[in-house]
Design a protein around this ligand. Structure first.
Ligand code: ADP
Ligand code: ZN
Ligand code: ZN
Length: 733
């Protein structure tokens, strides 16, 4: 009897056995199959060829259609997924299928399909000659010029040039252009000599490049800690050069694609090699195409956010994680993995180097670097002629504030603007105001599903719950007392923008937050306009803090950070310090000296003093000692069990049984904390509770989780709540 063992996308940590008729070959491990599953047919992955099954022979069903002639993923990635499922205590089926592009998960063939292109006709060429002499029909001219240059232009790329289907249709009806459908050409990428002369490295950069290039073992992890503007990107580029030259591919992970167009551009311009950018704006077909190009060795570089981590490469040479401290590398729902940590395992399985770069290492990474698990590289000076910024704490106690800004800050802004330089104000709260309250009775308008304040938005006017995303019109009357005196309280970016327009009416203001950049391409357009000096005052949330180059910004101010100084989250201090350094890094990058101002009611606060006077590395080492004394990560290991439901008895019953089960376990050598309400006890109408587990030894924690996962899957009361396991949680929400 021939058998195959498969996984399917379910959260059950189970495998299923199927029959292979005797006259047929066994499906390859890692190939997709269709299998009958109850009344349905599901996509499954073959993971084993067992000798026998626990299922009785007459109960076994034969597999359905085979979807792949060979494994979909290279062996190291297959192993990586096995490891991830074990480490994070998720089912292999869930992990495997999540790592695949949507179309493959749905059973589409792992192949390219014919694509639509456009080409210019003879009439079109005539038309172009006519248009060349006029300024009429600029869009048509743009299309014709594009097609003159590129013989076959892919249809889906018009939108990035802001050409609409309507323009194309008109032009087609005039027979100036015509569509062609054909198979996309595929050929391996080939090295070509650099068009652009690289920078002469300074000595710290040269040491870093040499250490990575001439490492003693194929798999070596590097922490590249470099102050903002110290030339980390230049180090990546020069490390890539010999690797690419030898035909190897690079995988580069960045926090958010939309936020890093300038960085991506540098890779493009330096190498002029085929490059795949994986981002959330792609449709499923584009994603699969990019995935296939990477796997088939048609692109030299893959750049993407955390989910790009699982992209197979034909000839992997290096993994680079830029801004490794960034919390967006941790997926916070469904499969809760940390892309940096999984990338490390991938590098090990592929036997390639991994470089984690940042100005502000996560304390976990710093600990690994200090203890010698990572090779520690430091760039302490700004590259080129940029000078370090001047830091200043502004005590705003008892100060008259206008638009949340102190007189001293307003004065510094005037001066900077008068000098023809740009000012950047940082406020991590989008919307107009964080709350709407009744002036007569004090009642605050809350989202009933989360029991948290609504944020007031004015553009357009509405209330939005930033926890569950629900929206409603702004009420005219207090629900509690009927008063019409509803007032906003607190300051958001929209309000700051409005007030500054009045205070600085001679200057143009750009606001960058999730609301103002929702439209596709909006952020890029704004970034370009900022660099062209079309705006003088920039307002933004932390979106603005990440990796951009604004050479003409010389004054950066953080308006409000006090809430972070007194947070109950043990990582709040680390986050604040990282944010401060990132924001400060935006100031004065091109020869102009920058100033960073931090408004606070607590200028004497130890953390702020340490950061301002001694810098991030000093602060981080101090913070690490504190974590060691309090036995917190990275000096211990944590996992969080979260569960939610809309019924309070169900959640109560579940917590009791969970705790009873845990009491029955002996000798686990873990701290099992009591079940508590989560920091957001209600979200979107669901009650939410959680339990923290902690251990000195990782293996102990994993043994405990293993038992727990088994119990959760097999206990009826656990089926009535939505539970999840979060290994190495970075957020206790
Ligand atoms: P980071 O990634 O650390 O923020 P970048 O690589 O963006 O730093 O470098 C900051 C600026 O300094 C960039 O404009 C870059 O072109 C320039 N730069 C980097 N290395 C050198 C060098 N060795 N000599 C001169 N300029 C450099
Ligand atoms: Zn009221
Ligand atoms: Zn809500």
């Amino acid at each position: 009897m021939q058998l195959v063992r498969v996984v399917v996308a379910t959260h059950l940590r189970r495998t299923f056995d199927y029959l292979i008729p005797d006259d047929q070959e066994l499906p390859a491990i890692g190939a997709r199959l269709e299998v009958p599953f109850g009344q349905r047919r599901l996509i499954a992955i073959a993971i084993e060829h067992p000798q026998h099954s626990d299922i009785a022979a007459d109960k076994l069903r034969p597999i359905g259609q085979r979807l792949d002639p060979c494994p979909l993923l290279p062996a190291p990635i297959h192993k990586l997924l096995l490891w991830s499922a074990q480490y994070y205590h998720y089912s292999l089926g869930d992990v495997y299928l999540q790592a695949l592009p949507t179309l493959l998960r749905q059973g589409q063939p792992a192949q390219k399909v014919p694509k639509k292109y456009w080409q210019i006709t003879e009439q079109g060429k005539t038309r172009l000659r006519q248009l060349a002499r006029t300024s009429k029909a600029p869009r048509q001219k743009q299309v014709l010029e594009q097609l003159q240059q590129v013989a076959l232009f892919p249809h889906e790329q018009w939108s990035s040039l802001e050409i609409t289907p309507a323009v194309l249709n008109t032009m087609q009806s005039q027979h100036w252009i015509e569509p062609v459908t054909q198979m996309p050409k595929s050929h391996p990428w080939q090295w070509r000599d650099l068009a652009q002369q690289p920078h002469q490295l300074n000595s710290q950069q040269a040491v870093a490049v040499a250490a990575i290039t001439h490492r003693s073992a194929p798999f070596t992890p590097f922490l590249l800690e470099g102050v903002t503007g110290s030339g980390k990107t230049e180090v990546y580029l020069q490390v890539l050069e010999p690797l690419l030259k030898s035909g190897k591919q690079a995988l580069i992970l960045v926090p958010e694609i939309g936020l890093t167009p300038q960085t991506i551009d540098r890779f493009r311009r330096r190498f002029e090699l085929p490059l795949a950018v994986l981002h959330s704006g792609m449709n499923d077909r584009q994603r699969l195409d990019a995935w296939l190009q990477a796997k088939n060795g048609e692109v030299a570089i893959v750049i993407g956010t955390r989910s790009a981590l699982f992209t197979p490469l034909q000839n992997p040479g290096i993994i680079i994680i830029d801004e490794e401290h960034d919390s967006s590398f941790k997926q916070q729902d469904t499969f809760r993995y940390h892309a940096r940590d999984v990338a490390l395992m991938r590098a090990k399985l592929e036997q390639i180097p991994i470089v984690m770069g940042t100005a502000t290492p996560a304390l976990e990474s710093l600990h690994n670097a200090l203890s010698g698990r990572y090779h520690y590289l430091q760039l302490s000076q700004r590259a080129g002629n940029a000078q370090p910024a001047h830091h200043q704490l502004l005590d705003i106690k008892n100060q008259p504030l206008r638009a949340g800004l102190s007189p001293q800050l307003l004065q510094a802004m005037q001066q900077t603007l008068k000098n023809g330089q740009q000012v950047m104000l940082f406020l991590n709260r989008r919307g107009y105001a964080p709350a709407l309250l009744c002036h007569e009775c004090g009642e605050v308008v809350e989202c009933p599903r989360c029991e948290r304040f609504y944020t007031v938005h004015q553009q357009p006017a509405h209330l939005a719950c930033h926890h569950c995303g629900s929206q409603r019109p702004i009420p005219q009357q207090c629900q509690h007392c009927g008063s019409t005196q509803l007032v906003t309280t607190g300051l958001g970016t929209e309000q700051l923008e409005q007030e500054l327009k009045q205070l600085f009416s001679d200057y143009a203001i750009a606001r960058i937050d999730r609301d103002s950049t929702r439209r596709k391409g909006a952020l890029e357009t704004m970034l370009k306009a900022i660099n062209a000096n079309e705006y003088q005052i920039l307002i933004g949330t932390q979106m603005l803090a990440k990796g951009h180059h604004f050479p003409n910004v010389t004054l950066v101010a953080i308006i409000d950070i006090d809430h972070a100084l007194f947070s109950s989250d043990f990582r709040a201090a680390e986050r604040l310090a990282q944010l401060f350094i990132q924001v400060a890094g935006r100031a004065g990058r091109a020869g102009l000296k920058g100033t960073v101002m931090l408004q606070t009611h607590h200028p004497e606060h130890e953390l702020l003093q340490d950061l301002i006077n001694n810098g991030y590395t000093h602060f981080a080492q101090f913070a690490l000692r504190e974590r060691q004394q309090t036995e917190l990560p990275p000096f211990s290991y944590q996992a969080l069990i979260r569960f939610e439901t809309s019924h309070s008895e169900k959640i109560q019953q579940f917590s009791e049984q969970l705790e009873a089960f845990e009491r029955s376990l002996s000798d686990h050598q873990c701290w099992i904390f009591p079940v508590t309400e989560s920091a957001l006890p209600k979200r979107a109408g669901k009650l939410r509770m959680q339990q923290l587990l902690q251990a000195h030894q990782r293996v102990r924690l994993h043994q405990l989780l293993h038992h727990l996962a088994h119990w959760l899957e097999n206990t009826p009361c656990a089926q009535r709540v939505r539970w999840s396991i979060d290994v190495d949680p970075i957020d206790m929400l």
